[in-house]
Ligand binder design. Structure first.
Ligand SMILES: CC(C)(COP(=O)(O)OP(=O)(O)OC[C@H]1O[C@@H](n2cnc3c(N)ncnc32)[C@H](O)[C@@H]1OP(=O)(O)O)[C@@H](O)C(=O)NCCC(=O)NCCS
Length: 204
């Protein structure tokens, strides 16, 4: 199945190289701004042209969680498949579930009975331990660690190198800053940072 890559920014570079490592056929890239080839792949048109290129599937390579969810839904409506992307150098437990359009990058680890939602990203060298749930469109950034039984809500971001203590929950759209140590639950939409993580905004 030929794939379209949606987005031409930094996250798309990581996605394209993961697709190369898997030997997947890429028809080209769609982006609203870029015109020059991206890692040798042509930019075929804007994101909204996704029905026009005769591809069977899409990988939504947009780092912004809301945009990734938006364009994932658009690709689905256009009849494109959204295959999960698991880099061959990732370690994914046989009992873990990885949803449609989810991306698990190189050296990431997903433990037993973990569930990665649709269009979620487990980025380079991130660790998602046993029994975690990462809901749709969330992003576990490079080097972040979710200890066992953590739940990360839809569209939430766990920043690079952050650690979430066992059993903690981040609500939908919450953000844990880079390097945070999350030892308390984080309400939906709140932004926390630091060690231990404290609210920056949105959670009083
Ligand atoms: C937490 C975060 C979202 C805050 O962004 P922001 O709202 O633009 O915050 P600002 O840069 O305006 O900083 C506001 C204050 O918070 C502090 N701060 C920002 N990020 C922080 C962090 N990660 N840890 C500790 N303090 C932080 C700043 O030093 C600043 O403090 P000051 O007011 O005393 O000067 C952002 O800094 C962050 O860490 N994002 C995660 C990035 C990431 O890992 N992306 C993954 C890409 S693959």
């Amino acid at each position: 199945m030929r794939l379209l890559v949606l987005g031409a920014g930094g996250h798309a570079l990581v996605v394209l190289e993961a697709l190369d490592a898997l030997g997947r056929e890429v028809a080209g890239v769609l982006d609203d701004r870029a015109t020059a080839p991206v890692l040798g792949r042509p930019v075929l048109g804007p994101l909204a042209s996704l029905e026009a290129h005769g591809a069977g599937g899409a990988v939504v390579a947009l780092g912004d969680n809301a945009l990734r969810l938006h364009w994932g839904e658009a690709a689905r409506r256009a009849g494109l498949a959204l295959p999960a992307l698991v880099h061959p150098a990732a370690l994914v437990s046989p009992s873990a579930r990885v949803g449609d359009g989810a991306q698990v990058m190189a050296r990431a680890s997903v433990g037993p009975l973990a569930a990665i939602g649709a269009l979620a990203v487990v980025n380079t060298a991130a660790v998602v331990e046993h029994d975690c749930v990462v809901e749709d469109g969330a992003h576990i950034a490079p080097g972040a660690v979710l200890c066992g039984t953590v739940r990360v809500g839809a569209g939430a971001l766990v920043g690079a190198g952050a650690v979430v203590a066992p059993g903690r929950r981040l609500g939908a759209g919450a953000v844990a800053g880079a390097g945070a140590a999350v030892v308390r639950d984080v309400p939906p939409g709140a932004v926390v940072a630091g060690v231990p993580a404290k609210p920056l905004r949105g959670s009083g």
